[in-house]
Design a protein around this ligand. Structure first.
Ligand code: AVI
Length: 312
């Protein structure tokens, strides 16, 4: 794990245009800051997706058209806050299904399992910690059809080519007739998107700068956090929000654990994250490219977000 982290950080920080992968935001502290982001009123995706799953669980269930028992496999279940509404609907209506939440964090899975056992005691839950694709491969052997959940708009953090690869991998690990319910943040008034990412509380700035704190800790580096700022912008034509760490002076940073030195110029940028916003036509193109059929788009009342239901 540390080896990959060290390699990726070094590769990114010695590139001509410096960059760091956003997947490394989520150490324990970063995951806590992300919870704070999700609780900000400006960060609309949380409420939008919660509304979809609270108000349209029945329609989602009916659109699955499964005739008997099925599995719900959730990739990156986290604290399962949003999914709860869907699970609650199914349990209350005596639907026969098994819930398989997957996450890389044992802690997140333990908390989720305990909560669900208290709130929905009759739920058949089979929590898993580990690699998505190993678990999906296993699930493909099941006699039951499956609904895969990939919620929260995480697909937006993948570059186009990587997003296509990921969706193809999902497809390969599904049976014909299986469904995928996948969350996409939609293009909308640019000001709303701008305010969700360039937040006035500085929480997203802390989220980004925490990555430097992580590098200091794990690679024995000496980033001086006060010498860096945060900048992000939304391009309404491409739908891309791009986030950057800005070096406020010409400076040298030592990565002692790997015996490397990084030079940063005055105002030099480190690109940290892509958060892509989609149009519905782009979503169909992605689905078709990975050999899925789009069944329905379940949108919130403001049309900020969609949970898109696809069939293999
Ligand atoms: C996890 N992911 C969908 C979030 C997003 O909106 O791109 C991460 C995030 N970055 C800044 N704010 C939230």
């Amino acid at each position: 794990m540390t080896d990959n982290f060290a390699n990726d950080v070094l590769k990114g920080l010695t590139a001509k245009n410096k960059h760091l992968p956003s997947k490394y935001f989520y150490d324990d502290n970063g995951s806590r800051i992300f919870q704070e982001i999700m609780n900000m009123p400006e960060y609309y995706p949380t409420n939008a997706e919660f509304e979809i799953l609270s108000m349209q669980s029945k329609q989602i269930f009916e659109a699955l058209k499964f005739s008997g028992p099925f599995n719900i496999v959730e990739l990156g279940a986290g604290d399962g806050f949003k999914t709860f509404k869907l699970l609650e609907y199914l349990v209350q209506n005596d639907v026969d299904f098994h819930y398989v939440p997957i996450d890389i964090s044992q802690e997140a899975i333990d908390i989720l399992t305990q909560r669900l056992k208290e709130k929905l005691p009759s739920l058949k839950i089979h929590p898993k910690v580990g690699d998505y694709f190993e678990i999906l491969k296993e699930n493909k052997q099941s006699d039951y059809p499956s609904l895969l959940l990939f919620l929260g708009g995480n697909i937006g953090n993948y570059l186009e080519e990587r997003a296509k690869e990921l969706l193809q991998l999902f497809n390969e690990n599904m049976k014909t007739g299986d469904k995928l319910l996948i969350g996409f943040d939609l293009k909308k008034n640019p000001i709303i998107i701008h305010n969700a990412y360039y937040d006035k509380h500085g929480i997203t700035k802390r989220f980004n700068l925490n990555l430097l704190i992580r590098i200091n800790r794990e690679l024995d580096a000496d980033f001086k956090i006060d010498d860096f700022d945060f900048y992000c912008y939304y391009n309404p034509t491409t739908g891309n929000v791009k986030s950057y760490i800005v070096s406020l002076r010409k400076q040298t940073v030592h990565l002692k654990a790997i015996n490397e030195v990084i030079h940063l110029d005055y105002d030099e940028l480190i690109w940290t994250e892509l958060s892509k916003k989609y149009a519905l036509e782009e979503i169909s193109e992605l689905a078709n490219h990975a050999e899925f059929t789009v069944e329905n788009n379940f949108l919130d009342c403001k049309h900020y977000f969609t949970d898109s239901l696809w069939t293999k």
